[in-house]
Design a protein around this ligand. Sequence first.
Ligand SMILES: O=P(O)(O)OC[C@H]1O[C@H](OP(=O)(O)OP(=O)(O)O)[C@H](O)[C@@H]1O
Ligand code: HPA
Length: 182
Amino acid sequence: MTATASLDYALAHSEVLFTREQLDTEIARMGREIDAALDGERPVFLTVMHGALIFAGQLAFAIRTDLEFDYVHATRYRGQTSGSDLHWLRRPEVPLKDRTVVLVDDILDEGHTLKAVRDACQEMGAKRVLLAVLCTKQHDRRAHGIEADFNGVDLPDRYVFGYGMDYHEQARNLPAIYALKD
Ligand SMILES: O=P(O)(O)OC[C@H]1O[C@H](OP(=O)(O)OP(=O)(O)O)[C@H](O)[C@@H]1O
Ligand code: HPA
């Protein structure tokens, strides 16, 4: 591993943007918003591995409506800090025809990942796909036609890690969102 890819390097060149306490508050709000949108309907709660793992568990506890769990694994970054082609490692198993899907991911960045996963859900017959993300990066590189229905916090256009998000496959279990300094 190169020196700049180490977690020690990342922590020495980063700052905390959002603490666990701040994120707890936002996730609780999202749970209430999702309950209101579901209006009693039981959805498929579809988690995009690996990055959404921590957020999805916390969000599920914040939602009162019963959920049917499934997950997909699609990755575009594969441990790197810039994205490339999307690789599907697991597609949805639960039949999605005529179902509402709550699609859960850690970050909406350029949007290619969630756009591809959302399109796949629609091709499988989902009647409604609601996107719930912990954070959204603010820039003008977003893929056309993708935005979050439920968002936790907005981020500057910097590489972030922690709270499920990786720095060269490290740091996912740090309980805060960190950003590299410019
Ligand atoms: O909006 P985009 O630019 O497409 O980026 C967002 C995606 O990138 C990350 O996944 P990654 O490919 O790093 O896999 P991971 O979830 O295993 O970390 C993240 O979890 C999102 O799924
Ligand atoms: O800034 C990021 N950090 C971690 N994973 C990501 N996937 C897309 N953007 C990012």
